[in-house]
Write a protein that binds this ligand. Structure first.
Ligand SMILES: [Zn+2]
Length: 482
């Protein structure tokens, strides 16, 4: 209570002078090491000093009988009554944070200068700054708290620094002019309504460090057309809310990376523009209502990894005409309910494999059961491999046969053929395939019983008399001499 009182006193002392018409600026402090001055001719609010700014939680007007209902929220900083004068906020080097709700509802704020000493941008600090078009967040900022830029309806571009490791909920909610964003690699989690209602947001690059996307992160992002979920993302979920991360978005093209094993309940429900979906190769479960009412989806390939597809996962996908099963999933109740266009089902395998798919044969899967089944032979070389030229993998000798290995250019299968051993070459004592001067000492070594000469019996009998004698040495000399 004492602290609150002193804040009020400071605020009164600092800004009492503002009412004097000759005054062009006011100065004060926020009872920390931070000084504040406002020039209300230029509209520049300067914040200087060292350390953290104070937080200025909003002043709220609650319902008389139900305090959970808030009618109005007001800026509660010392400059609250002068917010509309502020065009520029200049924070000087040494300041380490931007306080909670500090510039809430500063409608004329267009320029913000933040030094690289700032590490934290506080809760709701720029919320509802409706003229703020762009802002540079310096490298050094590690945390942007909830609602920091919420309802900044003119904010069209913002570059997040690589130093950033924490991005709160609803930070950019309802930034209706924001067109693109790159999430730095240091961010691990996208949470809450982070980009909810960003109706211009078309281009999102998700950093390699992101592991979790939870809550209505892209709820209502009607311009979001394509999104690649990198392999690093291991969880997409609704975070306990009814809306999944992409509910009511404009998402058309979606690639789910290999980090995702479970597509949880409701995740893509009502994505009515979703046309192309590539499921990752490690998806194990497709949750209940996960793609319900994706009315533009015309085909889907269920990877081999999928073991189960749960209640109503694709129900109401009225354009879905083709479903391909690469594996043998368990298909639960009503999975393809109201999929009135479903005409063709493709199975990697045979008709026996199709029967192995454990299908809940209820009225909700009638369209799947009635669809024409096509069987895709999973072995592209069933009619024979296409062998390449082959390579010698074991060189034949005079005593042992060799091997040549062939690889199928289609499927990579291999085949090993034997190569016959070399025919005898009388005179090639060292077995290198040619008769040369060095065969003569080799022959003399062999004759005197010196080891190290491998091919003796076949090649040493040059005169063909069945024996290996000095006569053969003379014969070899003549051969070499020509
Ligand atoms: Zn093959």
């Amino acid at each position: 209570m004492k602290k609150l009182l002193s804040l009020v006193v400071v605020a009164v002392m600092v800004f009492a002078a503002f009412s004097a018409s000759v005054q062009v600026s006011a100065e004060g402090s926020d009872e920390s090491n931070i000084s504040i001055s406002l020039n209300y001719i230029t509209g520049t609010l300067t914040i200087s000093g060292t350390g953290d700014m104070k937080d200025y939680p909003l002043r709220c007007v609650y319902d008389e009988y139900d305090p959970s209902i808030i009618y109005e929220r007001y800026n509660n900083a010392p400059w609250a009554n002068y917010c509309n004068l502020i065009k520029t906020v200049e924070i000087t080097s040494g300041v380490t944070s931007i306080g909670e709700a500090a510039f809430y509802d500063c409608d004329n704020l267009t320029t913000v200068i933040i030094p690289d000493t700032v590490a934290k941008i506080g809760w709701g600090s720029f919320e509802n700054c409706s003229r703020l078009e762009n802002i540079t967040i310096p490298n050094g900022v590690t945390e942007i708290q909830n609602d920091a830029f919420k309802d900044c309806s003119s904010l069209s571009s913002i570059e997040l620094p690589n130093s950033l490791t924490s991005l709160g909920m609803s930070v950019f909610a309802n930034c209706t002019s924001l067109t693109d964003i790159t999430i730095p690699d240091g961010i691990e989690e996208l949470n809450g309504s982070l980009f909810s209602g960003c109706t211009s947001l078309g281009n999102v690059v998700i950093g390699t460090g992101v592991k979790y996307i939870r809550g209505g992160v892209f709820y209502g992002c009607s311009s979001l057309e394509s999104l690649v979920i990198p392999d690093g993302v291991i969880s997409l979920d609704s975070g306990g809310f009814y809306n999944g991360p992409f509910t009511n978005s404009g998402l058309k093209n979606l690639v789910i990376g290999n980090g995702i094993t479970q597509i949880k309940d409701l995740t893509f429900r009502n994505c009515s523009s979703l046309t192309n979906v590539t499921l990752g190769n490690n998806v194990d479960t497709i949750g209940g209502q996960a793609f319900q009412n994706c009315t533009s989806l015309s085909s889907i390939v269920i990877p081999e990894s999928v073991r189960e597809i749960n209640l109503s996962a694709f129900s109401g996908c009225t354009s879905l005409a083709e479903v391909t099963f690469m594996g043998r999933p368990l298909i639960g109740k009503h999975v393809f309910k109201d999929c009135t266009s479903l005409s063709d089902v493709y199975i990697y395998g045979t008709s026996e494999d199709w029967l192995e798919i454990r299908l809940c044969a209820d009225e909700g899967n009638t369209y799947l059961i009635r669809a024409t089944a096509h069987y895709i032979n999973p072995d592209p070389c069933a009619a024979g491999h296409s062998w390449g030229p082959g390579v010698v993998t074991l060189v034949p000798t005079y005593t042992e046969p060799g091997e040549r290995t062939y690889t199928c250019v289609v499927c990579g299968a291999t085949r090993v053929d034997s190569i016959p051993g070399l025919a005898a070459l009388p005179g090639d004592i060292d077995g290198d395939g040619v008769i040369a001067v060095k065969d003569l000492p080799a022959m003399k070594k062999a004759l005197t019983g010196v080891s190290g000469v491998s091919v003796i019996t076949v090649n040493c009998d040059i005169d063909g008399d069945g024996m290996f004698t000095l006569k053969d040495v003379s014969a070899l000399k003549r051969m070499i001499a020509g």
